[in-house]
Design a protein around this ligand. Structure first.
Ligand SMILES: NC(=O)c1ccc[n+]([C@@H]2O[C@H](COP(=O)([O-])OP(=O)(O)OC[C@H]3O[C@@H](n4cnc5c(N)ncnc54)[C@H](OP(=O)(O)O)[C@@H]3O)[C@@H](O)[C@H]2O)c1
Length: 399
C-alpha cells in the first residue's frame, strides 16, 4: 500500500527536495496534495508533473488562475484557495504524511491541523515550534500524531536518540546536545556587516535554501530558532544545548550521554537525507544523496559561535530562557526585519537592532493558548514595522 503525502510549501526548497525523494519511490508514496503561497507558475508545473488529487494556493487570485489553467489542461486536480485550504489538505483522510514546509508563522495553522489529525508530521517549519511549542506538542499527543523533525540538526539528534525516546521528553541518559552550525556566509567575513547585500546573505556556502532561512543562517538567528526548537523537541533547557560552528556541515548534530559517549549523525549537506529518513522511518530508503568521501574531506573543524558579531543568537538564547510568548515575539520581529532587509529597507546589522527593540517593548505572557500566541505575534509585527521605519528614517534616503 502506498502512503499518501501532502506537501505544504511544495514550491519551495524543501518542497523540491521532498518531491525529488517521493518521485524516486512511486511504489511507496503517492502525492495526494500540493500546497503553497502564490507561485502559480511553479505550482502549475508541479501539478502537471505529479497529478495530485488536490492543490492549494493561499493567494486566492493565483488559485483561481491555477484552477482555470489545470482545467484547460484536462487535469482532474481539485484546486482549493485561501490560507485555510492548507489545513483542509493536511487533514484529508487519504493523507498519511504531511510535509510541513511553509516558511514562517504562516505554517502554524496547518502544522497544528496535521498534528490534531494524527498524521505523520514531517516538521520543517521550525517557526511553528518556536512560536507555540506547547500547543504543537499538545496537539501531537492528543491527535496521536508522529512528529519527525526535518531540520537537519534535529533530525540528526532524533537519529542519535534511543529508539524509545519520546518527542518532548529528554531521556535521563543524556548529558547535553551539540547543535552544529555552518556559521553562514559571513562566518569569516572581515568587512563591514552593515554593508552586505541580500544577495551576499543568501549565498550560503553549503546549503541551497529559501531566502528567509538563508538570511537567518547569515545572522545566526537560524541557530537561535533551532535552539528553541531543540529545547521543545527534546525536552531540555537551553543550558544543556551547546552550539558549535562546524564550517563543513558534515556533522549535523550530536548527542552526548552521561557515560561520555557522543553519538553524531554525518552526511552530505543535502536535505533529501532527513526527508527520506522521516518519510520512511524506521526503515531507510534511497534518497539520491552522494556518499561522503572522508579522505577528500580530510578534517572536520569546530569552534564556538561569535556572539558579538552575530547578536541575533544571544537574543534567541534569551528568548529560549524566558519562554512563554517571548520566542513568538522574537520570531515575528525577525520575520518582519528579515523581509525589510530583503526589500533593502534595513541593513544587515539593523535586523538584530529591530528584534532587540521589539523584545524590550512587547509584554510577554504564557504561550498555552493560540489566541495568546497570535496576539503576541501581531503586537510584535506592529512594533517591528515601527522599528524598521525608525531605522530607515535614522539612516535617511538612499543609504
Ligand atoms: N531549505 C532548507 O534547507 C531548510 C532546512 C531546514 C528547515 N527549513 C525550514 O523549512 C521551511 C521552508 O523553507 P524553504 O527553504 O523551503 O523556504 P522557501 O524555499 O522560501 O519556500 C517556502 C514555501 O512556503 C510557501 N509559503 C510562503 N508563505 C505562505 C503562505 N502564507 N501560505 C502558504 N504557503 C506559503 C511558499 O509558497 P510560494 O513560494 O508559492 O509563495 C513556498 O512553497 C522554513 O520554515 C525553513 O526554516 C528549510
Amino acid at each position: 500500500m502506498t502512503l499518501g503525502v501532502a506537501v505544504l510549501g511544495a514550491t519551495g526548497s524543501i518542497g523540491d527536495s521532498t518531491l525529488d525523494v517521493l518521485s524516486r519511490h512511486p511504489d511507496e508514496f503517492r502525492v495526494v496534495a500540493l500546497a503553497a503561497g502564490r507561485n502559480l507558475a511553479k505550482m502549475r508545473e508541479l501539478c502537471l508533473r505529479f497529478r495530485p488529487d488536490y492543490a492549494a494556493l493561499a493567494d486566492r487570485e493565483a488559485a483561481s488562475r491555477l484552477r482555470a489553467e489545470l482545467a484547460g489542461e484536462g487535469l482532474a486536480t481539485q484546486v482549493l484557495d485561501g490560507p485555510e485550504a492548507l489545513e483542509t489538505l493536511a487533514t484529508l483522510p487519504e493523507v498519511g504524511a504531511v510535509m510541513a514546509a511553509v516558511v514562517g508563522a504562516a505554517g502554524l495553522p496547518s502544522t497544528l491541523a496535521a498534528a490534531r489529525a494524527g498524521k505523520r508530521l514531517l516538521l520543517a517549519n521550525k517557526e511553528s515550534l518556536v512560536m507555540a511549542a506547547p500547543l504543537v506538542l499538545g496537539a501531537v499527543q492528543q491527535g496521536g500524531a508522529t512528529l519527525i523533525p526535518i531540520d537537519s540538526e534535529h533530525n540528526a539528534i532524533f537519529q542519535c536518540l534511543p529508539p524509545d525516546a519520546v518527542i518532548g521528553q529528554a531521556p535521563r541518559s543524556i548529558r547535553r546536545l551539540l547543535l552544529t552550525a555552518s556559521g553562514g556566509p559571513f562566518r569569516d567575513f572581515q568587512g563591514d556587516l552593515s554593508q552586505v547585500t541580500p544577495e551576499q546573505a543568501c549565498a550560503h556556502p553549503n546549503w541551497v535554501m529559501g531566502r528567509k532561512i538563508s538570511v537567518d543562517s547569515a545572522t545566526l538567528m537560524n541557530k537561535g530558532l533551532e535552539l528553541i526548537e531543540a529545547c521543545a523537541l527534546f525536552g531540555l533547557p537551553p543550558d544543556k544545548i551547546d552550539i558549535l560552528v562546524h564550517p563543513q556541515s558534515i556533522v549535523h548534530s550530536m548527542v552526548e550521554y552521561l557515560d561520555g559517549s557522543v553519538l553524531a549523525q554525518l552526511g552530505s549537506p543535502d536535505m533529501r537525507t532527513p526527508i527520506a529518513q522521516a518519510l520512511a522511518w524506521p526503515r531507510r530508503i534511497e534518497a539520491g544523496v552522494q556518499s561522503l568521501d572522508f579522505v577528500r574531506l580530510g578534517a572536520l573543524d569546530f569552534r564556538p559561535p561569535d556572539l558579538v558579531r552575530f547578536p541575533c543568537l544571544p537574543l534567541a538564547i534569551a528568548a529560549a530562557r524566558a519562554g512563554g510568548t517571548v520566542p513568538a515575539v522574537l520570531n515575528a520581529a525577525n520575520e518582519v526585519a528579515v523581509q525589510a532587509f530583503l526589500d533593502r529597507r534595513l541593513n544587515f546589522l539593523d535586523i538584530a537592532a529591530v528584534i532587540e527593540t521589539v523584545m524590550s517593548t512587547v509584554d510577554a505572557g504564557s504561550a498555552t493558548d493560540l489566541a495568546a500566541v497570535l496576539g503576541a505575534d501581531a503586537l510584535a509585527r506592529d512594533a517591528a514595522a515601527r522599528a524598521v521605519s525608525a531605522c530607515a528614517a535614522h539612516r535617511g534616503p538612499g543609504t
